[in-house]
Write a protein that binds this ligand. Sequence first.
Ligand SMILES: C=C(O[C@@H]1C=C(C(=O)O)C=C[C@H]1O)C(=O)O
Length: 293
Amino acid sequence: MKKLSKSFLAAAMLETKLKAFLPLLIQHLFLYHYLSSLLPISMACNNKFTLDSVRDALIREEDSIVFSLIERARFPYNAPAYDPSFLGNGFSIAEFYVRGTESLQAKIGRYQKPEDVPFFPKDLPSPLPPTKDSQKVLLHPASASVTVNEAIWKFYFTELLPLFTTKGNDGNYASTVASDFVCLQAISRRIHSGKYVAEVKFTDAPQDYSPAISSKDRDKLMDLLTFVAVEEAVKKRVEKKARLFSQNVTLDENDSGKTQYKINPLVVSHLYDKWVMPLTKVVEVEYLLLRLS
Ligand SMILES: C=C(O[C@@H]1C=C(C(=O)O)C=C[C@H]1O)C(=O)O
């Protein structure tokens, strides 16, 4: 009995200590999360970008995109999640979720980096903690205004989703739109990282880019910044990643059946070929046009 009351006392003391400590811990985690969200995604070395370091960051983003698509492919298309009349507030579940989540994320300091661009920037709240300009100083200040999120939103829902989800409706709308948002953010971050690519290309060869910028020659800029061989390698690599990451793994030694994939690897190379790379280049051109202003 004495032993029991002793351990009860110890437990009670531990609980009191924890209660006192918890707000500090939460504060600490909040600050850690906030500050780490402002750190570069290893694109810059000593605050200096190189084309190689930026391209390495884009290669890492491919993993995030492939994994996000695999997660979304767990659910069927789920059309009611995209029906603007479903909730009765004028928004589809997807749009309602993205607006609400972006608002919360903005409060804890998201959307301060040039590659983190909101889909619904209007009326976003300011961050609660003081903001810390990290990447902004490395790019032209006008870079924040460059966004192609409208185009991403459109192709994702109308053209891409039907290519890698099965037809049908399983009622899992909350999980479905949460997965959509992860896909959208990963794709958008990759595409808007084009701002860094453009900055490096410009600083490496201002004599080539400046005349085309001054004359607002979009075609010439597009020509200058396009590397066909790099694009071909990107398409091959993302298809290979999709093949590796999305295959169903079995331990059955006698299993001589065909490998099954959670998403069709060709859809991923198509995504890059038709939308991701062209839109990255649009971001590059738009950034460059503002570079000398
Ligand atoms: C991003 C770059 O610019 C262009 C776009 C590419 C892409 O989106 O992957 C690849 C090569 C370039 O045509 C780059 O040069 O790395």
